[in-house]
Write a protein that binds this ligand. Structure first.
Ligand code: F6P
Length: 361
């Protein structure tokens, strides 16, 4: 597949999509082509494309107009090659063996993997197998360690904040409790930021187990003060005190047996505890769709450009990151298998408490 002596850099996007992926692809590809004369190969649908040998050269024509586009031009999948040790009967190879063989067949000198925890963990394992991997931090959940922020996060915060703003007006008109459920199974960054930005009266995140009675007291106090409506922001992974005491396995089973999402349960419990009419909005995939906000376009571009420079100088086994406003790179080993949760004493939680937000505890 190598057609010239040019260096070849591969790019893939893996895991849930997020606004800013295309901006990052453009940042890597433009720099690689323009500054280093490299050939850029786009691998389709994450690690699945590398297993199947599904890739195409990216042309500079395709990069035009890409910066502002949501989603990913390469497609994505949640393929986890190291979780499947089975050999494909047709090729006789395991997914990891197929990846290594296609990496060589494509003549890759470097491979940029754009994704969240799972992607960068896989990237680290592939680096240990001898591939020249560079990770980029993408997720609306903002839960990657080693970087202050991930691209996609601020676009999702924007969507969720706008939704909370809209709910405020209708909550006010009807004197209702409006429960809004946002993404975030393990980490509550999105709920925390959007909740603070939208002036949520209650914010429930996975890191702070909630007690429904504390929330009810808070809402009834608001009513006594003449505030007849309330906004309750709930992360999808929020849990009550009893659930927090369960093992990971027990909790997972309980939630999969529930058949409805947490926002509905919280609304029902609050309605019966307070007597106040409650409604639910589940934002779901709206938070991952659409065009990236300017912050994410800029961040993804900076990270992508830096990744191409790293590929040119042969700096591998690292994830590009931002720390204190400066772009840097951290060893994938430090990122792999980790989740950055909201610390209980985070400054934003303290700020929320100071302005009267209830965190359910
Ligand atoms: O990308 C992260 C995330 O958005 C989580 O917050 C969410 O729980 C999950 O992806 C759902 O993604 P999917 O349904 O695409 O697997």
């Amino acid at each position: 597949m190598k057609t010239s002596d040019k260096k070849t850099i591969g790019i893939l996007t893996s895991g849930g999509d997020a606004p800013g992926l295309n901006a990052a692809i453009r940042g890597i590809a433009r720099t690689a082509m323009e500054e280093y004369g490299m050939r850029v190969l786009g691998i389709k649908e994450g690690f699945r494309g590398l297993i199947d040998g599904n890739a195409e050269e990216i042309t500079s024509y395709e990069l035009a107009g890409l910066l502002t586009r949501g989603g990913t031009m390469l497609g994505t999948s949640r393929e986890k090659p190291f979780k499947n040790p089975e050999k494909d009967p047709k090729t006789g190879k395991t997914p990891v063996e197929a990846i290594i063989s296609n990496y060589k067949k494509f003549g890759l000198d470097a491979l940029c993997v754009l994704g969240g925890n799972g992607t960068n963990t896989t990237g680290h394992l592939l680096y240990k197998e001898g591939l020249n991997i560079i990770g980029l931090p993408k997720t609306i959940d903002n839960d990657l360690v080693g970087t202050d922020v991930t691209f996609g996060f601020h676009s999702a915060v924007n969507v969720a904040t706008e939704a909370i703003d809209r709910l405020h007006t209708t909550a006010h008109s009807h004197n209702r409790i409006m429960v809004i459920e946002v993404m975030g199974h393990k980490a509550g960054w999105l709920g925390l930021y959007a909740g603070i930005a939208g002036g949520g009266d209650v914010i429930l995140i996975p890191e702070i187990p909630y007690n429904i009675n504390s929330i009810s007291r808070h809402l009834l106090k608001r009513k006594q003060e003449g505030k007849n409506f309330s906004i309750v922001v709930v992360a999808e992974g929020a849990k009550n005190l009893e659930e927090a005491a369960l093992s990971k396995k027990e909790f997972k089973k309980l939630r999969s047996d529930m058949n409805y999402s947490i926002g509905y349960r919280v609304a029902k419990e609050l309605e019966s505890a307070t007597g106040l009419e409650s409604r639910v909005t589940v934002l779901g995939y709206l938070q991952r769709g659409g065009t990236p906000v300017p912050y994410d376009r800029v961040l993804a571009t900076r990270l992508g450009v830096h990744a191409a420079h790293m590929a040119a100088r042969g700096e591998f086994g690292k994830m590009v990151a931002v720390q204190n406003e400066t772009i840097c790179a951290v060893p994938l080993e430090e990122v792999s298998g980790q989740i950055k949760k909201v610390p209980f004493d985070h400054e934003l939680i303290k700020a929320g408490r100071a302005v009267g937000t209830c965190f359910g505890d």
